[in-house]
Design a binder for this molecule. Structure first.
Ligand code: ATP
Ligand code: MG
Length: 428
């Protein structure tokens, strides 16, 4: 007797994409690839698993991600601390340094794929989710910051989305952040009574993040705190103006959100997010900014960089609200067979039809005509090709149209086998 096996389920917060919805994913990926290549971005693929210290260093010790969201484990075989990537940037920068690809020119690169964060699952927040990640490495000027934002606006347009708005801020340079930080800590010390435990814990290690709080009780305190934007010097302001000027050229509106700091530690100067009200609490679809210090921080020769990441699940959620989703047919031609030799002939004919570029399914196994026909219909095929004893005897196939074909198309016709490929290629 075999022992009963307790069913295995997918992990909490990790979703299966089933065939009926995967078409949406593939359609988006196709659009995204065209969109990226229109701006000269090239694909880069880095491993899902990296050494933990890449992320603790690259993302920052006192961030949500590093403090509580990483999937980290010890590889028992060589006692190494490893982490499933919680974002792309650190790995992309690691690869850039390792292969020295910035040595003669800057690089425009992108990646798409899963990232992992141990968060509380809810709509728009999963433990395995997907990002489209875009990085412009080795570029210093506001022109590239603006190019990225203009590029994002183009993608929303390509996808027919118009309910997303842009929020911008500047985090300035290190000395400006240091001056602001001192003023902010002083302010926070005076308002400890309204701060929650997490905020109190972070007020010295990462005071800027305290302002990013979602706690309603802390909003007023955060609103009245000293603004980093007021500490920016002429150079930082000029960079910010340079971006805004170019956004105006492109007709892109934005709101200055002086509390926007982003979840990762490495940003400076321009930061931005695209948000929508249509996704409930998880309204940020895309976020990014400049991170001029990261390449050096991770051991590379100093080089500026700017990038962003889009949350694919949130983007698809938004897309599915703005249009009806129809899953595409499995095939164009479904082959039905009803005689001993007919199945082998069907398989051979199917190969010839595929040579001609058609998408074909041959009914597997044997079954009654009616049940094969049902499958043909469910497959979404345009035509069913029927091979029975009569057809074999006369070296013909019966071709039945399964979808509306307009006036002139017959519902069913008989086609000689040696004409089948030519005729179907023309008509399907
Ligand atoms: P949030 O404030 O929503 O936690 P974040 O600042 O942590 O976002 P980023 O690190 O900037 O997010 O990641 C870029 C994008 O990835 C986000 O704008 C969002 O669209 C998406 N994203 C982030 N976390 C998740 C998640 N757990 N599940 C699904 N998508 C996510
Ligand atoms: Mg987060």
């Amino acid at each position: 007797m075999t022992q009963s096996f307790q069913k295995v389920r997918a992990l909490t917060g990790m979703k299966d994409v089933l065939p009926d919805t995967s078409a949406q994913w593939e359609a988006l990926e196709d659009i995204v690839r065209d969109w990226l290549s229109a701006y000269g971005y090239r694909n880069m693929r880095t491993p899902v698993l990296e050494q933990t210290r890449l992320f603790t260093r690259g993302i920052g010790e006192v961030t949500d991600i590093v403090e509580k969201e990483m999937y980290t484990f010890t590889d028992a075989l060589n006692n190494e601390q490893l982490t499933l990537r919680p974002e792309f940037t650190a790995g992309m920068v690691r690869a850039t340094i390792e292969h020295n690809i910035l040595y003669d020119r800057p690089q425009r690169v992108y990646a798409m794929g899963p990232v992992f964060r141990h968060e509380k699952p809810q709509r728009g927040r999963y433990r395995q989710f997907h990002q489209i990640d875009v990085e412009a490495l080795g570029f210093a000027g506001p022109d590239v910051d603006a190019e990225l934002i203009v590029m994002q606006a183009r993608l929303w347009k390509m996808l027919g989305l118009n309910d997303i708005r842009l929020e911008m801020n500047s985090l300035g340079h290190a000395d400006e952040r240091a001056a602001h930080r001192a003023a902010l800590i002083e302010y926070l010390e005076q308002h400890k009574d309204v701060m929650d435990a997490e905020a109190q814990r972070r007020m010295y290690s990462n005071p800027l993040r305290v302002l990013d709080t979602k706690n309603p009780a802390m909003q007023e305190m955060a609103n009245n705190a000293p603004r980093l934007f007021d500490f920016l010097g002429t150079e930082s302001l000029a960079h910010f103006d340079g971006v805004c000027m170019r956004l105006a050229d492109a007709g892109i509106e934005y709101r200055l959100n002086t509390r926007l700091v982003r979840g990762l530690d490495y940003y400076n100067l321009t930061v931005f997010e695209w948000v929508t009200d249509r996704l409930g609490a998880q309204g940020t679809v895309c976020g990014g900014g400049r991170y001029d210090g990261l390449i050096e921080l991770l051991g590379g020769k100093p080089a500026p960089a700017v990038g962003f990441a889009i949350g694919v699940e949130r983007l698809l959620d938004l897309c599915s609200q703005s249009g009806e989703q129809v899953s595409p047919p499995e095939c164009q031609v479904y082959m039905i067979h009803q005689a001993p030799e007919a199945q082998r002939l069907a398989a051979q004919l199917a190969e010839s039809l595929r040579d001609a570029g058609l998408r074909v399914i041959v009914h597997a196994g044997s079954a009654g005509f009616k049940s094969q026909f049902k499958r043909a219909d469910a497959s979404g095929a345009t035509v069913a090709v029927i091979l029975g004893a009569d057809e074999l005897a006369s070296q013909t196939a019966s071709v039945k149209w399964l979808r509306e074909q307009g006036e002139e198309q017959p519902q069913q016709e008989t086609i000689a086998l040696d004409r089948l490929v030519t005729e179907l290629k023309l008509k399907v």
